[in-house]
Design a protein around this ligand. Structure first.
Ligand SMILES: Nc1ncnc2c1ncn2[C@@H]1O[C@H](COP(=O)(O)OP(=O)(O)OP(=O)(O)O)[C@@H](O)[C@H]1O
Ligand SMILES: CC(=O)C(=O)O
Ligand SMILES: [K+]
Ligand SMILES: [Mg+2]
Length: 582
């Protein structure tokens, strides 16, 4: 039987339903029509450092007509279009499909033997990979260094902006490498030995090494041993010194370095292994490696508390000159769920690591945990990645199951910032096809969401800790609302640190957000945020000239055209401007 998967490709001329709003200020309601729009220029002048009771003055500045005429006088030919950097895939997408149809959900691919070559990496980048993840559980540092080098070269030579995420191994219990074959199959009733012994010579058949020295002491006869959260199950039948004999009760595939948990009377046993440090000595070496290589994100496995995140962040700050590596907390343990809010607050983002999470809590609790983590991250303005088994069957088959497509759709519908491929891209047979499925499903669900105008009434609590930050937040909330009500084509944000761009992304507006930043590393980091199209552009404190330049550069590359309606905000001059591209 042949199967094919059909997804709608968004057409270039989406006409969105009109809706009327009297939401914004009176001066705007007069121009609450899509075209033609006379430009309004709002400047929220603030004096954040003053503690006066009313430091905010909102002025509508009708002098913008003047600005506009000056913009239109700027000849496109006088500009150097090479001085703006955007990745070639986004550029092509914008040209082909227009603003409205760009993908908002970001895609992370785990790089492994199936995808580590330059051409394989390029195929993933062309397919929409925003972030390449390397998992330090597998491979040597030298292997990972070569992958990083190839991704960087790809970015330089081909104009991509793929960010690198390094994922630590952590101290949880896992199997060692299998001696010889890439995987082994355990059959029902077979007896396997799990051992903490080290082998010089070939090891006996059906023998698995375990990385945790206390393993043989901690397990008891009668315990249930789960590989990869239950993909294969064993019952402990006998302990002989360092060896633990187990009978297979649920057959399946044993993969190298698969996670191990053991259960007693229906509960996860968390004895001494719970005391192991979150960041092991080997992890610290890997972290040093990541800092030296200048990775963009470090994802920390099995985070238990905010303390470890704070510790790592100060370590990175002391070690790396610009301390611009973002720390992602992987939520994959009972402890991380208990301390969820403080962990997310301390981190620069989070990952719903459903693989190990599903080994620590009952599987049926994973979906609600996912929803909770995704929501909390958005509320706290942190990017969130939904990871593991999204398209597991595609490791072996070229089409996903209906259930997998539904799972991906649900993560997109929850408005997670990013989706991640694990084995599908690391060692599966169809990495490019799996990425295509993520991309098509994301585009389709996002379009559906916009068409249905499913603006969820999620409350976004204030996150700013200073008055200046509160102003930025208010500006972004208002700008996003205006963008939806006025059905603008794009939001532009000029942002030095990326913070203002993140605040716009957090609102999940209907239109894409063009984020202009002068730093390459900020640009790469913004790649993980929902709906942001990051550009590198050097800009000044003069918003007029920034806008003029941006319009000329983007027009010269065919990425915007006259008449497009744009709202621009900036953290340089805290302002909101509404205008048609001249
Ligand atoms: N660098 C690599 N070298 C060899 N195999 C790899 C590599 N990276 C991943 N893999 C393979 O891909 C599978 C899935 O990768 P992934 O990184 O998601 O592992 P995981 O064990 O699920 O994640 P984690 O260890 O973070 O919980 C691994 O089990 C491994 O077989
Ligand atoms: C990604 C990961 O670490 C997990 O799902 O367990
Ligand atoms: K890992
Ligand atoms: Mg994990």
């Amino acid at each position: 039987m042949s199967q094919s998967l059909h997804f709608f490709t968004p057409s270039s001329n989406i006409t969105l339903p009109k809706h009327h709003s009297s939401l914004f200020t009176p001066s705007l309601t007069t121009s609450n029509r899509r075209f033609p729009v006379t430009t309004k220029h709002f400047t929220i002048k603030s004096n954040a450092s003053s503690s006066s009771s009313d430091p905010k003055v909102l002025t509508t500045d009708n002098g913008t007509a003047e600005i506009l005429s000056r913009v239109s006088q700027t000849p496109a030919s006088s500009t150097d279009s090479s001085s703006i950097e955007v990745d070639s895939v986004t550029e092509a997408e914008l040209k082909e499909n227009g603003f409205r149809s760009t993908r908002r959900t970001k895609l992370v691919c785990t790089i492994g033997p199936a995808t580590c070559g330059f051409e394989q990496l390029e195929a993933l980048a062309v397919g929409g990979m925003n972030v390449a993840r390397i998992n330090m559980c597998h491979g040597t540092r030298e292997w990972h260094r070569r992958v990083i080098e190839r991704v960087r070269r790809l970015n330089e030579e081909k104009g991509f902006a793929v960010a690198i995420m390094m994922d630590t191994e952590g101290s949880e219990i896992h199997m060692g490498d299998l001696s010889g074959p890439p995987s082994a199959r355990a059959e029902d009733g077979e007896i396997w030995t799990f051992t903490v012994r080290a082998f010089d010579s070939p090891r006996p058949e059906r023998t698995i090494t375990v990385n945790y020295d206390g393993f043989a002491e901690d397990v008891k006869v009668g315990d249930e041993l789960l590989v990869d959260g239950g993909m294969v199950r064993f019952e402990v039948i006998e302990k002989i010194g360092p060896d633990v004999k187990c009978r297979c009760t649920d057959p399946g595939l044993l993969l190298p370095r698969a996670n191990l948990t053991f259960w007693r009377d229906g509960s996860l046993v968390r004895e001494r292994n719970a005391m192991l440090p979150t960041i092991s000595p080997k992890d610290w070496l890997d972290i040093d490696f990541g800092i030296t290589e200048g990775v963009d994100f470090i994802a920390i496995s099995f985070v238990k508390s905010a303390e470890v995140i704070n510790h790592l962040k100060s370590y990175i700050a002391a070690r790396s000159r610009d301390s611009d590596i973002a720390v992602i907390a992987k939520i994959e343990s009972i402890d991380s769920l208990k301390n969820l809010e403080e962990i997310i607050l301390a981190s620069d983002g989070a990952m719903v690591a459903r693989g190990d999470l599903g080994a620590q809590i009952p599987l049926e609790q994973v979906p609600s945990a996912q929803q909770k983590i995704v929501q909390l991250c958005r509320q706290l303005n942190k990017p969130v990645i939904v990871a593991s088994q999204l398209l597991e069957s595609m490791i072996e088959y070229p089409t996903p199951t209906r259930a997998e497509v539904a799972d991906v759709s649900e993560a997109v519908r929850q408005r997670a910032d990013a989706l991640m491929l694990s084995g599908e891209s690391a060692m599966g047979q169809f990495p490019d096809k799996a990425l295509t499925v993520l991309r098509s499903v994301s585009l389709r669900i996002e379009k559906w969401w916009r068409e249905e105008k499913r603006h969820e009434a999620m409350e976004l609590p204030d996150v700013g800790s200073s008055f200046a930050e509160s102003i930025s937040e208010e500006i972004c909330n208002s700008a996003a609302k205006m963008a939806n009500n006025l059905e603008v084509d794009a939001l532009f944000v000029y942002t030095k640190t990326g913070h203002m761009a993140s605040l716009l992304s957090r609102c999940r507006p209907d239109c894409p957000i063009f984020a202009f930043t002068s730093t390459t590393s900020v640009r790469r980091r913004l790649n993980l945020r929902w709906g942001l199209i990051p550009f590198r552009l050097s800009f000044s404190d003069d918003m007029e000239s920034n806008l003029n330049r941006t319009f000329s550069l983007l027009k010269a590359r065919g990425m915007i055209k006259s008449g497009d309606l744009v709202i621009a905000v900036s953290d340089v001059l805290q302002s909101i401007q509404v205008m048609n591209v001249p």
